[in-house]
Write a protein of this length. Structure first.
Length: 103
């Protein structure tokens, strides 16, 4: 066997739907599309371009949030990690070789 091992590059990808989405992602996208379709049915007259962008914004925002990006699952996970890093209380422990020099 020559001691060659095959290690999957992304083992969590098999736990996701279509290799990209979790159930929460699909729910977010589904709710955004449902709200957009409802608004399109309510405002079926000819509307201005700005109003059309407002009507389409729930689907566009939800699609942006669940869009896959490299090194993160998606934009929603990236935003969650940034907010957690910036606002969560951090406690750093010193474990260096000169820990007794400070006393």
């Amino acid at each position: 066997m020559n001691h060659n091992y095959l290690i999957p590059a992304n083992s969590k990808k098999s736990m996701m739907i279509l290799g990209f989405f979790t159930w929460i992602d699909l729910i977010i996208f589904g709710v955004g599309c449902t709200i957009t379709l409802t608004l399109l049915l309510l405002f079926n007259d000819k509307v201005a371009f700005g109003t059309l962008l407002l009507i389409l914004s729930p689907a566009l925002i939800s699609a942006f949030l669940v869009m896959p990006v490299p090194n993160y699952h998606n934009i929603l996970q990236l935003i969650t990690n940034i907010v957690t890093f910036l606002f969560k209380r951090k406690r750093l422990y010193w474990k260096g070789w000169c820990i007794r020099d400070g006393e």
